[in-house]
Ligand binder design. Structure first.
Ligand code: GLU
Length: 431
């Protein structure tokens, strides 16, 4: 069994024990309902036929249609998809939206594809699985290396195959296709709402907080920009090729890295590690130097934000983590055993199921507005997102105090309560 799936089930079992849920009841949560597999064939620009393994795991639909992203990544495999689909089931339950959980992916390095090939691959994915997708069946969305453009190709292919347009069959679409105005920033914004709310609850000193962020995709880059705009000092950023860190944190007047400038530089140079420069486009009022992804995790900082891929904090480096708070914007960045070490060391972890739920929360608003044929304005979506994330944190925090446990276990407990209260009406719950 893949470590991520094993770790997710270990967390589930820990939470089930705390709330007194019979382990046998949980068996239904340990196996996916349906696994879809295909080998997607596309014609390359050079006229060759290439195939790519593709998956959609529909894990659980007790609370509503299956829901979850599709990622394009070289490390995609079925086990990973199963784990992430289970996590989506729990995330959607925790944040209290009427969806089950699913996840899809294609094993591919999308950076090696041309735009035309990427479009062909996106369409091939839908052609393989469209019979199992739809607004009341399974609603995909973006995930790692997928974006509104890819959703647009996918919904176009879906509509072509079905012979009618069903906007609510995909979320994370461009605005012109019924997408939410705030979907691109939603995951990051949701995480920041949770973080700020948590800092208030624990009365953490709030001035000039420092943050180090691993990952500069949609989630990492937007989280960095929002935090920077709110006055946080960004001390390090990284992407798949490596990162940059400010040289001297103590320098007077040092405001840290400016992720807006860094983003411009990335666009120009292609990678973040290439933005190791002085006084050029990524100009910041201080020098910065290169840092590896691993070393970034071990920096002394108030807040560490893993926003890339799973299994970054492991038993190997957990003892060296120096952050006070970890905000898990990636799915599954901390291994189960590493989590125990972090807890013992008093490092506070805001778990992925809650921290990154803002993306799917706004997907829900998008789906709802498409179904009802409404247009939600920006302010309305932002207010709903804020309320949902803060309420999620309140409940998780409350449960963590009630059961004297960490936030992750409390988050899993809340998800379990929602899944079983609604299905079996067994618990007198706090919700
Ligand atoms: N891929 C995102 C996640 O892992 C969003 C999924 C969605 O919006 O359905 O939460």
């Amino acid at each position: 069994m893949n470590h991520l799936l094993k770790d997710t089930i270990l967390c589930l079992e820990k939470a089930a024990e705390i709330i007194g849920l019979d382990k046998k009841k949980m068996r239904t949560l340990e196996k996916p309902k349906r696994i879809l597999k295909a080998s997607l064939k596309i014609k390359t620009d050079k006229g060759m036929i290439k195939s790519f393994p593709a998956y959609r795991v529909q894990f659980n639909n007790k609370l509503g249609p299956f829901k979850g992203g599709i990622r394009f990544h070289p490390l995609v495999d079925l086990n990973e998809m199963e784990a992430l689909a289970l996590m989506m089931t729990l995330k959607n339950a925790l944040i209290d939206i009427p969806f089950g959980g699913a996840k899809g992916g294609v094993r591919v390095d999308p950076l090696k594809l041309s735009k035309k090939e990427l479009e062909a691959l996106s369409r091939a994915y839908v052609a393989a699985f469209y019979k199992h997708l739809g607004p009341q069946k399974d609603i995909p969305a973006p995930d790692i290396n997928t974006n509104p453009q890819i959703m647009a190709w996918m919904i176009d292919e879906y509509s072509r195959l079905l012979g009618k347009i069903e906007l609510a069959s995909f979320t994370g679409k461009p605005k012109e296709l019924g997408g939410s105005e705030i979907r691109e920033q939603a995951t990051a914004q949701g995480g920041v709402y949770v973080l700020e709310s948590f800092l208030k609850k624990i009365k953490f000193k709030r001035k000039n907080l420092e943050a180090a962020i691993q990952g500069f995709g949609n989630v990492g880059a937007n989280t960095a920009k929002i935090l920077y705009d709110q006055g946080y000092k960004i001390i390090a950023l990284s992407d798949i090729k490596g990162g940059i860190v400010i040289k001297s944190k103590k320098r007077k007047g040092d405001i840290g890295l400016n992720p807006h400038k860094v983003e411009e530089c990335v666009k120009e140079k292609g990678t973040l590690a290439g933005c190791y420069c002085r006084g050029s486009v990524c100009e910041v009022p201080n020098d910065h130097q290169k840092i590896s992804n691993q070393k970034l995790l071990e920096l002394e900082t108030d807040i560490l934000i893993p926003a890339a891929i799973e299994n970054q904090i492991t038993v190997k480096n957990a003892k060296r983590i120096k952050a006070k708070i970890i905000l898990e914007m990636a799915n599954g960045p901390t291994a189960f055993k590493a989590d125990k070490i972090l807890n013992q060391r008093g490092i506070l972890v805001i778990p992925d199921l809650l921290a990154n739920a803002g993306g799917v929360a706004v997907s829900y608003f998008e789906w709802l507005s498409n179904i009802k044929n409404e247009v939600w304005d920006k302010a309305e979506s932002i207010n709903c997102l804020k309320a949902m994330m803060e309420s999620g944190l309140d409940k998780v925090y409350e449960l963590s105090r009630q059961y004297k446990t960490d936030l992750r276990t409390a988050g899993y407990a809340l998800a379990l309560q929602r899944l079983y209260v609604r299905s079996h009406k067994k618990f007198s719950s706090t919700i």
